[in-house]
Design a binder for this molecule. Sequence first.
Ligand SMILES: Cc1cc2nc3c(=O)[nH]c(=O)nc-3n(C[C@H](O)[C@H](O)[C@H](O)COP(=O)(O)O)c2cc1C
Length: 497
Amino acid sequence: MLMNDYIKRSDMISCLLCKDAPCSNACEKCNPSDVLRSIWFDNQDVASLKLPIDNPCRDCDGGCEKACVAKDKVRIKNIMNILYDEVRPVTEIALPTDENRLKCDMCGVPLENPFILASSVIASTYDMCARAFEAGWAGISFKTICSLDIHEASPRFSAIKGADGSIIGFKNIEQLSDHSVAENMHIFRELKKNYPTKFILASIMGKDEAEWESLAKECEDNGADAIELNFSCPNMMEGGLGSDIGQVPELVEKFTRAAKRSTTIPVLAKLTPNVATMSPAAEAAFRGGADGIAAINTIKSVIGVSPYTFVSAPAVKGKSALGGYSGNAVKPIALRFIAELGQNKTINGLHISGMGGIETWRDSLEFILLGAGSIQVATAVMQYGYRIIDDLKAGLNYYLTQMGIASVKDIVGAGLESISSTTDVLERDTILFPTFDTNKCNGCGRCVISCDDGGHQAIKFENRIPKLDGRKCVGCHLCRLVCPENAISQSKKRIGL
Ligand SMILES: Cc1cc2nc3c(=O)[nH]c(=O)nc-3n(C[C@H](O)[C@H](O)[C@H](O)COP(=O)(O)O)c2cc1C
């Protein structure tokens, strides 16, 4: 039972994921840009099943490719034909006809699917939230509301990019909403009036106990479905706010209790990853009456120190500052904290709203398996737009249907048992040897270089063919990870050393 991955992102590396895509505009029979985006976001089966039954691409004149604006034009016809000839015939199920499997809730408040926008610029105006709702997002965590005078620096973002030009890690030095509380309350009222079934999570930050209390109440009075307490922004100009609170359990407890005092709707504490472990703050939020935990906020970081000016990025008139790191690069760190929360018996029962680096339905599934009951996304939306909800929903729905899982709620935390916080529990008497697929191997020898210099000199290279020396191999699998052709798998076992 596998989702197919015949086509890799690298096969369509030149695809620009255009707005109002010229390839789709040039085609009357199908929607190539939609298909390419689905492949980009790990959703190949669904992409193949969305195509018209008969392949109109085989004999067409490739107008889509001619219209492609990328310098190295994407070979769309070829990709379409692979979807028709190789992917679709091996799909195991038809496209699900409804999204009932995705229905869930946040602390008892219904969500039509687990996906909501994470608090940030993407959910900071009426128009943006409305467009996200129309696109299919179940809800929003609104940009953090406060009474502070917010004045942002320019530029305020920087990024580390991958070979295909996409953002892998993203640094921001942004603070909170720069609209007044009254303006934001007006937005809540309008959103609730026009989108009554969509979920509004009001992210707030108070300056003191009284303000945590009053902001929470005001948000409830104006239509919020739940409150998210921002104990985790690492970019505040003033000390004693944001992640300065999240690092002190006593403050987390005090301010959670303050917000709970004035509200009847669920309250989530949004916690900082800038700590050794998240449990002390999560347990403090629990004691303060929190109904859930949201995590992670961004990780304090420095990136891009210029070799010429010696200033790191983003440089604001020759100066920079530590700022919050997010995006796909932080996913492993986020998952580590989600697993810690999911395994914590003291806070058992609290809703976990997971985020940090989620781009695809597979990313979101990992969070769900480790205990997240809802999913938030910020950086991927900043990079790719609200439209990624299509593939988040379609991919997760297809997976659940394929696996025969009736509801996404049934697998929340299903992967927790496999994770130990220490390595002493692992069995150490089995070696899994790598196996080389000679048909796929192109003889580049990268596996040999890595094994020689980063492993145990266990691969011989004769006539450009890698051969394993089983006496030396320790089964570390570095070779498998560096192979550019995915020509190495694990199979042979040596048991009982
Ligand atoms: C530009 C930007 C602004 C953000 N602003 C807020 C904010 O106002 N309040 C908040 O709680 N989190 C804020 N965040 C953090 C996100 O909500 C989220 O926790 C974090 O970015 C990790 O998710 P991601 O990897 O999907 O972006 C911001 C993130 C970014 C990138």
